[in-house]
Design a protein around this ligand. Structure first.
Ligand code: NAD
Length: 306
């Protein structure tokens, strides 16, 4: 069965639009997201444009804050500090990558974790690790939501995560191994998390035999056809996070996007599998909107109790 991220994201967008419309009908302001972009990287421009469009669709106010690529680290951190204290901004993100002369970690660490809707600050990551309420980064949140919406249980399952990045591999592994603390629609809290997780990476020996023992495989490596049919058991669930451009003279753009999984060969053996495109990608964008609403709600609740 195909795990349809596009359709699921559409459903969630409708839910968000309704929730935000109820908020504004009560006379309250809409949630606001700010996006800092540095330079003119075409991929970043596209990602930011897509995020702005997604905000508009659900009624989140969005502001694009652009800097030239010669901006200094200090100037960026000053902007982060300004947004930290702007009461009209509920959440903001810094579109990555940043130019080489800027220390990404220094900029991200300056973000107030309450407004860190990309969930990348050390504070949010630490809170996630400790099982405290946190803002979870968008891709792991989207994967968890997709599993939940298809009622795929993780407790007691062996999950193999391929890739150990800070934005996908590490946080999704952490979420799925944790004792559950957060309930999502369509699923009891008890069925989220509680998995036995193995994290694999570029130095892992005999990836194939580890994968063959997996009930669920999450691949976030950036290698086309890394996961092949001989590496999976019958009935496996496969979540393909990879986005890779491969040459395709038949396509008008001259390339097409593929994931990290040999989809044609693996799909017949899989109980559930995500396509690329149309799987994890749309879930990632909608998760950013959910995180913004989460930050807005937390801030409103705090103002009311103050
Ligand atoms: P990354 O590029 O920072 O790192 C890749 C990871 O994969 C590393 O930890 C590396 O050890 C591991 N790896 C690489 N080759 C491997 C191999 N042959 N065997 C085992 N492990 C291997 O990771 P990232 O930023 O998480 O991105 C991974 C992929 O996911 C990329 O294609 C990226 O474009 C995509 N991505 C997609 C989304 C989405 O919304 N769909 C979001 C983020 C990243």
């Amino acid at each position: 069965m195909i795990l349809d991220g596009k359709q699921t994201a559409q459903t969630i967008r409708c839910e968000l639009r309704e929730q935000i419309s109820e908020i504004t009908k009560r006379g309250l302001r809409a949630p606001k997201l700010a996006i800092i972009i540095v330079g003119h990287n075409p991929a970043s421009e596209t990602y930011v444009a897509n995020k702005m469009k997604a905000c508009a669709e659900v009624g989140v106010e969005a502001e694009r804050i652009a800097f030239e690529s010669d901006v200094t680290e200090q100037q960026l951190i000053q902007e982060v500090q300004r947004l930290n204290t702007d009461p009209m901004v509920d959440g903001f993100i810094v579109q990555l990558p940043l130019p080489e002369h800027i220390n990404e970690s220094a900029v991200l660490s300056a973000i107030d974790f309450h407004k860190d809707v990309d969930g990348l600050t050390p504070a949010n990551v630490g809170r996630t690790v400790q099982g405290l309420p946190s803002i979870v980064s968008a891709t792991p949140r989207g994967i968890r939501e997709l599993l939940a919406r298809y009622a795929i249980r993780t407790e007691g399952k062996h999950v193999v995560v391929i890739g150990r990045s800070n934005i996908v591999g590490k946080p999704i592994a952490m979420l799925l191994m944790q004792r559950p603390y957060l309930s999502l629609p369509g699923m009891s809290a008890a069925s989220l998390g509680d998995a036995t997780v193995t994290i694999c990476h570029s130095k892992t020996r005999d990836l194939a035999s580890i994968c063959r023992t997996a009930d669920i495989i999450i691949v976030a490596a950036g290698c086309p056809k890394l996961l092949t049919a001989d590496m999976v058991k019958e009935g496996v669930t496969v979540i393909d996070v990879g986005i890779n451009r491969i040459d395709d003279p038949a396509s008008p753009r001259g390339y097409r996007l593929v994931g990290d999984v040999d989809f044609e060969q693996v799909a017949p053996k899989a109980a559930y599998i995500t396509p690329v495109p149309g799987g994890v990608g749309p879930m990632t964008i909608v998760s950013l909107l959910q995180n913004t609403l989460q930050a807005y709600t937390a801030s409103m609740n705090q103002q009311q109790s103050a």
